[in-house]
Design a protein around this ligand. Sequence first.
Ligand code: ACM
Length: 614
Amino acid sequence: MTEPHVTAHWAEGPDNGRFTITLHGAEALPAGYRLAYTSQLRTLSGAISGAELQQVDGSFHLVAPLAEGPLSFTLTNLSFTPKHSNDGVMSAFLVLPDGTTQDIPTAPLSCDNPPVDDTPPPPAPPAPGLGLSPMPAEIALTGTAAAPAGFSLPPNASAALRAAFATAATLFATLFPDQPQLFGAGPVQLCHVPEDMGEGYRLAFQADAVTIHASGPGLLYALITLAQATHHARQNPALFTYPAAGSTIADSPRFQWRGAHLDVARRFYPMDDLRRFLAIMAWHKLNRFHWHLTDDEAWRIEIRAFPALTETGATRGWGQAMPPLLGDGAAGQSGHYSQADAAALVAEAAALGIEVIPEIDIPAHSTAALRALPHLIDPDETPDSYISVHGFKNNALNPGLPATLDFVNTVLDELLPIFPARVFHLGGDEVARGAWDSSPAARRLNLPGNSAIQSAFMRRCQARLAAEGRIMGGWDECAEGDGVAAEDALIFAWQSADLAKMLSNVGYNVTFAPATAYYLDIAQSHGWHEPGASWAGMTPVQATYETEPSDWVGQAEKLAGVQACIWSETLASKAIFDHQVFPRLCAVAETGWSQPGARHWPRFAALSAHFPRL
Ligand code: ACM
């Protein structure tokens, strides 16, 4: 007897082709069963043959057979053309007539002529050099020496050096738990000459000592440079060298904003994963953690005034208000961060020189919030009157309801004290066409269309933040139409690199985060079995590494910096996360820190194989 399982096939055709799903072993199932599955590939018009499509809710689908016997059905008028085998069915389960469920295996999406992997071969490794990424601006080497066994503090070490030394020791132990500690009782003594160089530093190498000129954050960066050089030279002496006595290294970052964004809504990352992620960020001298805490698929941060946000909005599963999504089985998944977790993470990040920028993504991307708090829905709005790009119906907060601003203000009341960073991100992206068209409450605002409703709403949120001395972070849609005030905003240019130029030209401060180069969930080759999303093309590591922000943003003073964005829809396992994020994250880090001429692809490619992973 065939155990029930699902296969899926895509064939070319009009309107993004034909998506056929087959349930094997259906003949043995009791009459009245239904098949539930998750897939980002949807039909836009409900076009299905061979089964009845009973429910679509984001990536969740529920179908019922039309007759007993084999089940195979085809969806057309698809939401996109699949380009990779992860674009098909991500998970499936049976809903049996007695109300029980049974998870069943699924196969990767097949197609008739799968494109082959076109990842270029790695370049030949360069001549041996320092194992450093980012590469420092000024390196004056007298020669090379064997890497020392480690570093120690002199008895009279400054308090600042002691603190940075302890942080570096913890960082090294977190990243390389099976390596002997570098910062302890090693033979090379560290001397500290306090000198205010901001995030910059200068290192002078002697035979048994290293002198560090720095203060504040530069001190930790100096130790990280020492740790990288020593670690790589020790691990791989054929490729990486250590500076001989008399050598100097001096460095400071190119951009003040060197960010990494992580979407914890589509998938939940336990605190220990976040800690390790922050450690990896620090190792590459990234300094802004953009924590994408809410989205359609989940609300992940505790708000004491609204416990339902995390009770309901962070719990997905069959029979729950939030269905299983994006690879979940019937039991779904849940997880959220308490305010104490968030405060602890902010403190731990600060010790590593990293600011945590929270994002509450509003007004769109709010399915989880609206399921948890139905009083935020206009009762007179037509249900299912618009659909988001991710397949969620009526997923925007409603600026026409007084309760909406109360909600936002309450969330900010609770979160602003926890997140001291100047920037607080409020999303603002991807409001669906037609949002609010059928809401009498929104129409009573008497504003000329949805763009005006969105702008007025974001401006009010921005004013609240400005009154508290904060700046609103927002995706580039926040600058559309009568956009938010430039002086109190930082705009994250994601839709195109060109848009970054345009926004800086009209006065916005911009963080450069184009999906076509810096979105790390985008696949790295055309290969059918390469994981990732394809809506922004494909991005090999080299393309990320060689993207030069100043080619796009002419006005240097408007370019705050760069940011890699990790969206989690396709990151189904830690192995896939590692494959997608590393080393592209480190490529963005290097662009954020070093001057353009310091980037050298063969060097980075050789070194990046040795970078830590999650
Ligand atoms: C985004 O990718 N929707 C900011």
